[in-house]
Design a protein. Structure first.
Length: 528
């Protein structure tokens, strides 16, 4: 989630503030609100005149200089935020973008979440934005979000350190080679099976909760090598409070009774727990270093993220390590489980896709010696239709709908000039659901990914970017696929289910309203 949650969370915090202002029992706020409206109007007039000056200067300028993209900035203060929220709270938010693309083209100006924003539904422009990280654009988060993430988190790092830590995360934690050559796939398989075995033979489960539990336990294992147990559960309880903070109004943190205040307190506790682990591991490492002949001890050394950080030549401080680990814990939490859940929802709603999927996994199971045998890398590589289901879920659900960036130079594109300092939103969703690029774009059709190289071609053209791209390409992209695949494997080979009534919404994040309750019926059990 991190980026997704962080982006949509900052959006959400602002929108809640706006919604609060618009309720009638807050008349005592009327005067300050009126004064702010007047101030904002004056500011907008001033800004407009500075844009006009820029326009005039540009009109005589060289090639590539031009006006900012056309559009509408809506109401003072709120801009088009309320319209956007209203659209994204429904099952069909597309008209919000369709309407503006029809009126202004794929690059348009709007005003959302407190700021004039250039909105891109253009795959070419999105490629420019993704590729321009650190040169023409950079990501920026509000301070309330940065405080929760920690200033040394990967999401907030820049420059050479970001490059180094991004590559470390990718190669050590989540690259195909890291997964293939380590016991990670075994751990994933075991965690999924243990969770599924904990379901009563006939029961109702909230699929999203179960998926979140699996991904949290897996990430803890990868970061600090702890197996599920009391420590992990206690950490998860604090962590859930922390996550809520991303979606709350950032009241001053000393107001500890507010959601944001509680989140800050929970962050301190999570950080303290991680700091303690780091200290213990430092002591262990020192003991092992003192005893050069302790071959057994060296063999016991853990190969997790803490080990990587302790061995890094940069010599990270405890605070840096804590921030880095904590943000990784946040990163996969909303995204992977939501895609796990929605993949199940979409195939449940599409019986031919479900039976195709089940057939693929039954074939894999049939090759196994016994029910308990975990999946291996070659099994994972023989799930072509599962990958189609995952791609199509990513395309249709768009858990990370797009990315916010700030232009650090003037951007010139198709005759427009986007002035330095502008906020830009590269919408992946708009491209993924554009009928110009996808046949029957708004229909779930996993078979569209069956042709050779369909993913590579679409990604290369900027038409399929669920994991972003460029320097900030999601380092968890393969890990997420593996976890979702293993989960689908065990679910479809061991259970049948019926889904209860639920509804898909897209604000403040993409999710089903009730967490997708399903009534499951066990067909067989693997672990005893
Ligand atoms: C289906 C699951 C996932 C999706 C759709 C997803 C999507 C994304 C996207 C679009 C970005 C780019 C954000 C930007 O450019 O601002 C990103 C970044 C990131 N993702 Fe993921 N992600 C997923 C799972 C994971 C997992 C499992 C991890 C854990 C390792 C992870 C860790 C991160 C990190 C650390 C970043 C920040 C990278 C940076 O700023 O350098 N993600 N993710």
């Amino acid at each position: 989630m991190a980026p997704a949650a962080a982006a949509s969370a900052s959006a959400s915090a602002y929108s809640r503030y706006i919604l609060l202002l618009s309720t009638s029992d807050h008349q005592f706020l009327l005067l300050p609100v009126l004064m702010s409206v007047v101030a904002v109007l004056v500011l907008q007039l001033l800004r407009r005149s500075s844009w006009m000056r820029k326009k005039m200067n540009n009109s005589g300028g060289g090639e590539g200089k031009g006006l900012p993209p056309p559009g509408s900035v809506g109401l003072p203060l709120v801009g088009e935020t309320l319209r956007l929220i209203a659209a994204y709270k429904t099952e069909d938010p597309e008209p919000f973008i369709d309407e503006r693309v029809r009126r202004h083209g794929r690059l348009f100006t709007t005003h959302v979440f407190g700021e004039r924003t250039v909105f891109s539904a253009d795959p070419e422009f999105n490629r420019v934005v993704l590729g321009g990280e650190g040169r023409s654009v950079e990501c920026s988060y509000p301070s309330s979000i940065s405080t929760l993430l920690g200033r040394h988190s990967l999401l907030l790092m820049r420059g050479a350190l970001h490059k180094r830590m991004h590559s470390l995360t990718l190669t050590r934690l989540a690259s195909p080679a890291a997964i293939r050559d380590s016991p990670l796939l075994f751990h994933i398989d075991r965690l999924v099976q243990t969770t599924l075995d904990s379901w009563a033979p006939q029961s109702r489960v909230l699929l999203l909760d179960q998926a979140k539990k699996i991904t949290f336990e897996l990430t803890v294992k990868q970061l600090v090598s702890y197996d599920p147990g009391e420590w992990t559960e206690a950490l998860r309880r604090e962590y859930l409070l922390l996550i809520e903070g991303f979606f709350s109004i950032p009241f001053p943190s000393f107001l500890s009774f507010t959601t944001y205040g509680r989140a800050i307190k929970a962050r301190r506790k999570v950080a303290e727990a991680l700091r303690e682990v780091i200290r213990k591991r430092k002591e262990e490492k020192m003991r092992q270093n003192d005893d050069h002949d302790d071959k057994e001890g060296q063999g016991r050394r853990k190969k997790d993220m803490v080990a990587e950080l302790l061995e890094a030549e940069e010599g990270f401080s405890e605070e840096e390590m804590v921030d880095f680990l904590l943000a990784l814990l946040v990163a996969g939490y909303e995204t992977t489980p939501t895609i796990m859940t929605l993949a199940v929802k979409f195939v449940t709603d599409n019986p031919p896709a479900l039976s195709f999927l089940a057939e693929e996994h039954e074939k894999i199971r049939a090759r196994k010696k016994d029910e308990m045998e975990p999946l291996d890398w070659s099994d994972y590589k023989s799930m072509p239709f599962t990958q189609c289901v995952i791609n199509e879920t990513l395309r249709v659900a768009n858990i990370v709908g797009g990315i916010f960036r700030r232009a650090v130079t003037d951007l010139h594109f198709k005759g427009y000039t986007i002035p330095k300092g502008s906020k830009v939103f590269a919408s992946f969703r708009a491209v993924h659901l554009d009928p110009e690029y996808y046949e029957e774009a708004r229909t779930f059709n996993p078979w569209r990914w069956q042709t050779n190289d369909a993913v590579q071609q679409a990604s290369g053209a900027g038409l399929f970017t669920p994991f972003g791209g460029g320097a900030r390409l999601c380092p968890g992209y393969e890990l997420a696929r593996v976890v979702i695949s293993v989960f689908l494997h065990h679910l479809v080979t061991r259970f049948s289910w019926e889904a209860a009534e639920d509804k898909l919404v897209f604000f403040p994040t993409t999710r089903t309203l009730k967490g997708y309750p399903i009534n499951v019926c066990r067909r067989r059990k693997s672990l005893s």
